[in-house]
Ligand binder design. Structure first.
Ligand SMILES: *[C@@H]1O[C@H](CO)[C@@H](O)[C@H](O)[C@H]1NC(C)=O
Ligand SMILES: *[C@@H]1O[C@H](CO)[C@@H](O)[C@H](O)[C@H]1NC(C)=O
Ligand SMILES: *[C@@H]1O[C@H](CO)[C@@H](O)[C@H](O)[C@H]1NC(C)=O
Ligand SMILES: *[C@@H]1O[C@H](CO)[C@@H](O)[C@H](O)[C@H]1NC(C)=O
Ligand SMILES: *[C@@H]1O[C@H](CO)[C@@H](O)[C@H](O)[C@H]1NC(C)=O
Ligand SMILES: *[C@@H]1O[C@H](CO)[C@@H](O)[C@H](O)[C@H]1NC(C)=O
Length: 601
């Protein structure tokens, strides 16, 4: 089916100069009608057309094209057996075209499902996929697939290796606790390495494998990392970050100016720890203890799971994708006909402190920015709100920075306040303090009956100030039967020298917030009943007793990204300047395919 869409897109592309405006207008009014029935569909976050979606898989940049594969259930809005690798491609990480499924259950080694895995680009620009197959006995085994045609930049067809599985659960590991192989890295000793997530005796672990040829893999004596008292380690990710630059690094890079990141998904969150990787000793030594509890670093302190990063060689950066689950009920998902989003892709690098990662929406998001509203130097007295008007508040990118003139009057930090999420619940947006709560009210109604508050509080600690960042969903919807957990984290900045900044991407039912220039990310899902589409508003607010000052606020109405079948490819063809190419990129990339398809129509 997707091939047909592609065919149509290529055909439209050929007809571009003849004008296809009328057709686009028609589809726009259809999409407005659809928006009313589906107020929670997003405008610039990646979604599948329907059904269940979860983990991002196999991310890569190949021959000018970004590839996103993802876990997808073609039969239902809920998770079940029969999961496939769906496949979408993009030139800019913003607009996406859905292609045919890349991997579907078919063989004894994956007949129940094709679960998560990763892509590695071998020397000579040869992509391979490693993925977990659920075999006929519900064992989790690791399989290999290669493109049918490496010249096709869309990598539309994949061939499963005839000798799969290449790795089976080792002795002592339950066959249902062995999954999600990483991108491989290559050592100076000529060996490839991967880790596979696992769990035994209440210990989560990253089991290390080595290979000379990518086909035959042997298990290292010791896991690369273990952590007691966690649930199963899913979707591990292991990659280098530069200690002296924000540039990304290829997964195999290992030099004195690298640190390594070990990330795993467990206990419903994506935890990570920074450390040193010694390849000769096959040892990863974390800088700090990982505990699987609240002081640990997390990629996101809200709803965000099963993330995966990849190195983008086109722009020398590392990019992170993550699955954002729903917060409504399974009945709601069946009624909507879909479930799950991908977070907006984030560039990821090491903070100057060397103590944590920074994440920021990839710069391409700016191509969606439309009308800008800017506010400079605005005082916000205690108890006040200020509406950011004249923007599409259900679909907006907001950046704001707050100044606190009299920090010494901040309230005292209680040393017992150790868990930021609990503190955000106890001191939620309805609880006035001295400095805070102040921040943004997203997807709010005019009477504020519905609102999601993303806010800060500042406390005076023993010898420093402590900044708390929260996302309070408790009043996000008049409906009760949804998960309204209040999220929170401590933001490691010094408000004496830095402004307290917040960037929030609001998109109908997802709110992604970046505090302190990307030091803390909190993603939430919300389902307003009234604050939808044109009825939605966005405010800044200050419910503390002390005044704060908005140094600068910028809000941009966001255009809709073209995510879908052919139509989105047409829009990418329209913007030829983007890649500086003279021809529609898709047709340029595979002209024979286009001709064939065009004549078939
Ligand atoms: C492989 O892909 C290239 C580029 O799309 C195409 O020109 C070629 O015909 C394809 N080869 C086969 C065997 O399909
Ligand atoms: C394991 O986790 C539980 C619940 O989080 C906690 O009560 C217990 O103390 C932990 N045990 C160890 C050994 O860390
Ligand atoms: C997804 O969200 C639903 C609703 O909040 C929750 O019940 C479920 O456990 C979540 N699933 C995962 C895998 O996090
Ligand atoms: C909003 O836009 C309207 C019409 O363009 C204009 O009259 C009004 O002054 C604007 N309001 C603000 C606060 O910018
Ligand atoms: C907000 O905080 C107050 C005071 O701690 C508490 O009574 C109330 O239950 C909280 N609301 C939510 C939704 O947690
Ligand atoms: C095309 O893409 C470039 C680069 O992102 C952007 O600056 C430009 O505004 C786009 N043009 C159109 C017509 O969308």
């Amino acid at each position: 089916m997707a091939t047909l869409f592609l065919a149509i897109a290529c055909l439209c592309c050929a007809l571009l100069s003849c004008g296809i405006g009328a057709e686009l207008e028609g589809s726009q009014s259809r999409s407005i009608a659809a928006a009313r029935e589906q107020p929670y569909r997003t405008s610039y976050h990646f979604q599948s057309p329907r059904n269940w979606l979860n983990d991002p898989n196999g991310l890569m940049y190949y021959k000018g094209v970004y590839h996103l594969f993802y876990q997808y259930n073609p039969h239902s809005a809920l998770f079940s057996n029969g999961i496939v690798w769906a496949h979408s491609v993009s030139y800019d990480l913003v607009n996406w075209v859905h292609l045919n499924h890349a991997l579907e259950p078919s063989e004894p080694f994956d007949v129940k499902s094709c679960w998560s895995g990763s892509a590695t680009i071998l020397p000579g620009s040869r992509p391979v996929i490693l993925y977990t197959g659920i075999d006929a006995n519900y064992r989790q085994v690791q399989n290999l697939a290669i493109p049918k045609n490496e010249s096709d930049p869309f990598l539309q067809e994949w061939v499963k290796f005839s000798q799969n599985p290449i790795i089976v659960p080792p002795i002592g590991i339950e066959p249902d606790n062995f999954r999600d192989p990483t991108t491989a890295w290559w050592g100076p000793d000529g060996k490839w390495r991967i880790i596979v997530g696992s769990w035994r005796d209440n210990i989560g672990m990253a089991i290390l494998y080595q290979s000379d040829d990518f086909f035959h893999w042997s298990k290292s004596e010791h896991p690369l990392f273990t952590l007691s008292n966690t649930s199963m380690w899913e979707c591990p990710d292991f990659f280098p970050v530069s200690t002296d630059s924000t540039n990304g690094m290829d997964t195999s890079t290992l030099n004195p100016s690298t640190k390594h990141v070990m990330k795993a998904s467990f206990n419903s969150h994506d935890y990570y720890v920074l450390g040193t990787y010694n390849l000769e000793l096959e040892r990863f030594s974390p800088d700090d203890d990982l505990k699987g509890a609240s002081p640990d670093l997390r990629l996101d302190y809200g709803k965000y799971y099963a993330s995966k990063s990849f190195f983008d060689s086109a722009k020398n950066r590392r990019i992170l994708f993550g699955w954002v689950n729903e917060s409504d009920s399974t009945e709601d998902d069946i009624a909507k006909g879909w479930s799950g989003l991908q977070a907006f892709p984030r560039e990821i690098w090491l903070d100057r402190s060397g103590k944590q990662l920074i994440q920021w929406p990839v710069e391409e998001i700016k191509t969606l920015r439309d009308k800008n509203i800017g506010v400079k130097s605005l005082g916000l007295d205690g108890g006040s709100t200020y509406e950011v008007s004249n923007i599409t508040a259900s679909q907006v990118d907001v950046e704001v920075a707050f100044e606190l003139p009299k920090l010494e009057e901040a309230e005292l930090m209680d040393p017992n306040w150790v868990d930021p999420q609990i503190l955000c619940s106890e001191k939620n947006a309805s609880v006035g303090g001295m400095y805070g709560p102040f921040g943004l009210l997203a997807l709010a109604t005019k009477d504020l009956r519905e609102q999601t508050a993303i806010f800060f509080r500042v406390f005076r600690g023993h010898n420093r100030y402590i900044v708390l960042m929260c996302s309070d969903q408790s009043r996000s919807s008049l409906r009760n039967e949804i998960d309204k957990t209040i999220y929170g984290a401590f933001l490691d900045i010094d408000p004496q020298v830095e402004k307290i900044s917040l960037r929030t991407l609001i998109d109908h039912s997802i709110i992604e917030s970046f505090g302190g220039e990307g030091k803390v990310c909190i993603t939430s899902r919300v389902y307003p009943v009234l604050a939808i589409d044109e009825a939605a508003r966005v405010y800044t607010f200050n419910y503390g007793t002390l005044s704060v000052r908005i140094e600068r606020l910028d809000a941009w109405s966001m255009r809709k990204a073209r995510i879908g079948p052919g139509e989105s490819l047409v829009s990418q063809c329209e913007n030829l300047s983007f890649r500086g190419s003279e021809e529609c990129p898709s047709c340029a990339a595979s002209p024979s395919h286009c001709e064939e398809s065009a004549s078939a129509i």
